[in-house]
Every structure is written in C-alpha cells, then in structure tokens.
Design a protein around this ligand. Structure first.
Ligand code: M6R
Length: 611
C-alpha cells in the first residue's frame, strides 16, 4: 500500500509529485505529503485525500525546487492523522524520508534511538528509518551509503525514498519486498511505486530487483545491491498510455473501467490466438503437455477469477486445478509435484500475500506463472513466466476490468494446455476461440443496460443485505458480486453456490430479501438451468425478491423473477464474463446512490503490500 514518487530534474517538483501522487492515490488515501529541496528542504503533509494536501499547498505554499519526494499513505502503524503522514523529517529538518511497507523490528530500533535521546514526533514505524538514516549520514557523509547502512538493520518489507538538503540534486531509494521502478527522462529521472507515477513524462523504465538501492540525479541512475555491488537494472518500455490513467470524461474511474471491460478482453486475447490455436509466450508444447496439475493463487477478486479458470482448465486440459487464497497456501505444507504449475493471479503484481506465496512455491521447486496486469511489477519478476493481462491501468480501488481480463488469460492457459496435451479436440478449440473473440462485442451489449441497472440501484439504495446465488461458473461470479457490494456499497452481501442453499443459507431468506441469481443458459443440454430455476422457486416461496441475470429469452425464469437482467446468448464459459458486468455496474450504482466514493472506498487500498 502507500504510493511513492521521487523526482530530480528541471521541472518544478511540486507539480510532478502531485501529478504522480494523483495517479498513485489508489494505493492509499489516508494522508499525503511532499518534501522539496530548493534552497533548503521544505515539507507539507496532510491527513485525508490528496486534495487536502493540495489545499494546504495553496494556503501555505512551498518554495518549489527541482528535487523532491511524495507519498500517499495507507495507514498501518499510527492513526491516519497529520503527524503520522509522510514525509518524516530528521537531521534538524535537513532530511526527509518516505516509506511503503512495514518495518517489523521498529520497536527495538525505536527503543535504541530513544535511549540515545532521539525525539520522535509520530507513532509510525517509518520515522525510525528517518532517524537512522540521519545518524548514518552524519558518519558517512553520503546519502546512498547512509541508506545502505540502515537497510541492513531493517526487517520486514520496505520501499524507502530519502532526500537530504546537503545533496540537493539526489534522491536515493531502497526496496525489499515492496515495489519501486525507475523512470528515465532526458535530463531528469523519476522513481515511483509503479509506472503510473511518471507515465506522463516518460515511457522508458528500469525495474529494480529485491534488496537493491538506486540513486538518481538529473543525468545519472546507479543501482547497487545491499552489499554495495553494482547492478545492471532491467529496462522495459511502458505500454500504458498516460491518458489511460485519467477519467476521460467519466464520473469515476470505476465507471470508465467497467466501460473498458470489452477492451480488456480483446487486448488480453490479442496476439495470443493465431488462426485457431492459442500461443502462450515462454511455454513450448512439451512443457505445456507435461503439466499435470495446477494450483492457482490469488486474493479477493483475483482468486475468484481463478475459480472461474479452474472450471475451464479442468474441462479443456483435463488436469486437476486447485484454487487457493495466497495467504493460506503459504502457511501450510502444500504437496507440489514435479509437473505442478503454480499460477498466481494479481492485477497489481504487488500483493504481498501472493508474492510471498509465489516465492514459497519457487522455493519448493514449482514452476511459477504470473498472470498480472502491471508491467515491471514484483510478482512477474519473481515468477518463471508471465502472461500479462492487457486491461490497462486500473485506478479504481475495486477491481472490475482486471477480473474479466484475468478470466480470459486463464482460459487461454487452459486452452493452450489442452491443445498441447491433446485433451481438447480441434472442433472444441476452434469454437471456444471464436467465442472468446466474440466476447468483447457481447459485453458491449450488456453495457447497454447501464441506465436500467442505475434505476434499479436507486430504488434499492436502502437495501441492507443482498445474497447472490450461482452454480458452476456462476458460483464464483456470485462471490465476486458479493465482494463488490461489500467494498463499494458497504452492505452485507454474500455469494453462495445455489446447491448449498438448502444446507443452511436458506434460513436467511425472509420476505423482501434481495437475491441475485446467476442463471445458466437453458440451451446447453448439460446445463444446470432446471436446478437453478428450482432454487429460485424455493427462495421465491419464502418471500425473496429475485433479480435474475439470465440469458435473453429465458422464458422459464420470467414467472419467478421480480427483475430479469438479460445477457446475450453465449457459450457456458463466456456466460460468467457477461454475468459479472451487471454486478459490477449494480455495485457501483448502489454505492453512488448512497453517496459513496466508488473509486476510493473506505479502509481499502488497491495494492495490498502488507501481510
Ligand atoms: O492486485 P491484486 O489483483 O493481487 O489484488 C488482489 C485483491 O486485493 C483485490 O482483488 C481486491 O480484492 C479488490 N479490492 C477487489 O475489488
């Protein structure tokens, strides 16, 4: 969590830092602050969203300079107030430090510093690092060496950026298990938690590895490891467009990102379907054919995409697939075979739980594949292979377009394995490939119902609890819909496998209880349609208010549903990609009807870089 940006160059730092923080605010919005070096070092910081800092800078302007650092916080240690906001200042006001992550041994270090008379102003773990670097700087007289000395003493996860008034054209950064990338400009250089920090200015970036320290000036970038050895950072080109990280006329990032769901699917497929075959970079046919088991790791929405992927991969590739929450996987002793592929799914590529699970899987000898949306992120760098979902930057904290792109990528993986091991026949492959290619247009059709869904949400603004039911691939969609309702509209929402209803959850049904039901197509002879219609009748009989997401023309549902949201005719594995769209729209509209901030829901951060 926390967004970090650093700049050295000819531009005014204040605008560069505020622009970068605006694009990184999805990482946390408990407070924001900047430190800038002009003749001397100055800092401003404010609790609350970035706008509070902007207002403060108008009321109390800073002397702008050409070197600076900025931070947007998701609070871990210490309340989200002005004092605990970053930067933290040390060395009599000459040094400023910002931090993303958690310094696990901060209590011992703080006690040590208090013993020698250091005064603390905040309750954060981060301030410890500021005072340690200040003391080390007095000994070394070199900011890079001072930071290098300090990181040896820190346990936990951190990205640290530091500036010092006595080295006015330098920003130094260090990273361990938290993200940091370098943006290369002409006569200027940038540091950021991700490329969104500087995408407005440059597309040329360098990825920094674990346990490395970077020093930027206007014209130089040098990277060393924590032992002081020089390191050659890996260059990459940023493919995201700067305009993709703006609202582009939409009322919220979320509204824009839901509208981009068709494009997210189309761009994730692009270049990976050739004729009627599927190609996954990094895997030859033999390697794919040898995979005999898959474990999918993820959290939240990413895990739900994994659940949809499980049904498809097992069907097409005929190999067992388990889906595990990353934080559970790591703390037990999973059984991994020689040919097990561990697939992590992560929009940000920085989720600490997933990163640690991937590292653990690698230590256990498994081959790891990252399905990720963010270039240069840590998880793909720590994995053997990567399939990038090309959903473009997702700024709204709750995930929408990334979900459909993740499902698409998992489908491609399942097809590629099935193709390689011969378990999917040519006709099925050709049909699914055609269905996938048609999916963006089908999602467009679903999006045409946005106004009707908005009206429904307005009527239901007072709803306190919503249940969601689905079977087969509809079940993970029910889970995803429930998560969106919780995080956006702050209501109790729960998704169930419809078959589970009679085993307990049906006790929750009372007159007026709103239940969304994801209804499979009646056209498929193997469909669970009749069973889901029976489930609808069971809850209807107990007074539930049923909103069915059902195939257009599904006459069997009409008599039993209070509302039907139709989705176009599609094959069984395309249905979940279509059915999730009304749930994304409804959650957003319900939150909007309640006057809530759909882009930055309370207590959340997009990139969860703490355990
Ligand atoms: O960046 P990741 O995909 O790894 O994030 C995983 C979850 O934290 C994320 O999906 C979260 O559940 C979102 N708030 C869902 O909208």
């Amino acid at each position: 969590m926390c967004g970090i940006v650093g700049y050295v160059g000819p531009r005014g730092s204040e605008a560069v830092l505020l622009g970068g923080l605006g694009r990184l605010e999805y990482r946390g919005y408990d407070s924001a602050g900047i430190a800038v070096i002009s003749d001397s070092l100055e800092s401003r910081k404010r609790s609350g969203k970035l706008q509070q800092l902007r207002d403060e800078l108008v009321a109390n302007p800073i002397h702008d300079g050409h070197t600076g650092i900025g931070h947007t916080r998701w609070a871990t240690h210490g309340a989200p107030n002005d004092v605990n906001a970053h930067p933290h200042i040390a060395d009599g006001g000459k040094l400023a430090l910002i931090h993303n992550g958690i310094i696990e041994n901060f209590s011992e270090l703080k006690a040590e510093l208090l013993n020698v008379g250091v005064e603390f102003t905040s309750e954060t773990d981060s301030e410890v690092a500021a005072h340690l670097v200040a003391r080390a700087y007095r000994q070394t007289g070199n900011l890079t060496e001072a930071l290098r000395a300090v990181v040896q003493r820190l346990d936990g996860a951190f990205t640290l950026l530091v500036v010092h008034e006595d080295e006015p054209d330098v920003v130094v950064g260090a990273r361990r298990n938290s993200p940091l990338v370098i943006g290369l400009g002409e006569g200027e250089n940038f540091l950021g938690s991700d490329v969104a920090a500087f995408v407005e200015f440059t597309r040329n970036a360098l990825a920094i590895g674990q346990d490395q320290i970077v020093t930027i000036t206007r014209d130089t970038v040098s990277v060393i490891d924590f032992d002081g050895n020089p390191v050659e950072p890996e260059p990459f080109e940023v493919t995201w467009d700067a305009s993709a990280a703006t609202k582009g006329g939409w009322p919220s990032f979320m509204a824009k990102e839901i509208s981009e769901e068709p494009q997210a699917v189309a761009d994730t497929i692009r270049g990976r379907i050739k004729g009627e075959t599927v190609h996954i970079d990094g895997f030859d046919a033999k390697t794919l054919a040898d995979i005999d088991r898959i474990i999918i790791l993820g959290c939240g929405t990413a895990a739900y995409s994994g659940l949809v992927g499980k049904y498809a991969i097992e069907q097409w590739a005929r190999i067992p697939v388990d889906v595990e929450l990353s934080h559970e996987f790591r703390y037990r002793e999973p059984v991994l075979g020689e040919h097990t592929l561990v697939v992590s799914v992560s929009q940000s590529g920085e989720t600490m739980d997933t990163l640690m699970a991937v590292k653990y899987a690698r230590e256990m000898g498994a081959r790891t594949l990252s399905i990720c949306n963010t270039q240069g992120a840590t998880i793909p760098r720590e994995s053997d292979d990567v399939i990038y979902t090309h959903a473009g930057p997702e700024v709204a904290v709750a995930s929408t377009k990334a979900f459909v792109a993740q499902v698409t990528a998992l489908y491609l993986l399942g097809l590629a394995i099935g193709q390689a091991n011969g378990k999917v026949d040519a006709a099925t492959l050709a049909t699914v490939v055609r269905d996938l290619e048609a999916t963006p247009t089908l999602i467009e059709t679903v999006l045409l119902q946005a106004d009707r869904i908005k009206t429904m949400a307005k009527w239901m603004a007072d709803t306190q609890a919503i249940l969601l039911l689905g079977r087969h691939v509809g079940f993970p969609i029910a889970l995803e819909g429930a998560l969106k309702l919780k995080e956006l509209a702050y209501i109790h929402a729960e998704g169930f496998a419809a078959g589970e209803l009679k085993h307990g959850p049906i006790a929750l049904i009372e007159p007026g209880q709103v239940v969304f039901v994801i209804v499979p197509s009646p056209r498929d002879p193997n469909s669970l349609h009749p069973k889901v219609v029976s489930n609808i009748q069971e809850i209807r009989a107990r007074g539930a208010r049923v909103i069915a997401i059902a195939e257009q023309g599904d006459a069997a549902v009409l008599p039993f549903a209070d509302e039907v949201i139709p989705i176009p005719l599609a094959s069984p594995f395309i249905e979940p990609i279509l059915a999730v769209v009304p749930l994304h729209l409804f959650s957003m509209e319900l939150a909007t009807a309640k006057g809530l901030d759909v882009d930055q829901p309370r207590n959340l951060a997009k990139s969860v870089t703490v355990e």
